[in-house]
Design a protein around this ligand. Sequence first.
Ligand SMILES: [Zn+2]
Length: 251
Amino acid sequence: MPMQADLSWLVAAVLLGPFVGSFLGLMSLRLPEGKPVALARSACPACARPLGPIDLVPILSFAGLRGRCRTCGAPIPRRYLALELACPALALWSMLAQPSAEGFLGALLAWQLLLLALLDAEHFWLPRMLTLPLIVSGLAVAAAQGVLASHLLGAGLGFAGLSLLALAYRSFRGREGLGGGDAWLLAGGGAWCGAIALPSILLIGAASGLVFVLVQRLRGRATAADQPLPFGVFLAAGVWLTWLYGPLGLA
Ligand SMILES: [Zn+2]
């Protein structure tokens, strides 16, 4: 494996990261409001001053403006800086686990999962317009790697499995326990990681969700049993770790 190729994939992913992060920040705010998403923020939401290129350089603009609009001083949402840092960090993590083109593909997966997890955490919403591209991109990668059949099966089984689980929960408890979006997200996980990885994704998702609930309890934030858990966040973590390190027990 030539080092040179590894390095250019790494540089590409890490340099692209902050811009992707900025875009994810925009999507995370505009999608839930049903507003159109352009490629860049067009104006300050407080004073409506049009934003120029100098306002839109990831990380540097935020630092230079100290997190405030240049005209009206309205705070720029913190999430922009957080995501502009998180996206290259995830790309770097992916590259460290799997160098070269594989690592770059991992970054594309991580960025999609990050936006889905954020929307689920804030709005309990895994929009189809994001889970479908997750499935399609996973199948495209699988096709390029010559493993389309098992990943197609993974997508189908992932969707069917979680749909059945949701149906069972509904009939036992008489209410919704899993959002319909979770089945589409697991289908995406199956598309990216293959059918054999589904138990691993579900196990990591369920275990991390359980740890989260226990920690909340221990910190005295007694959560009512009825309080919904954004399961998509934990499923996304399961997909991510399984893609990086392979299915549990088979790695
Ligand atoms: Zn402003």
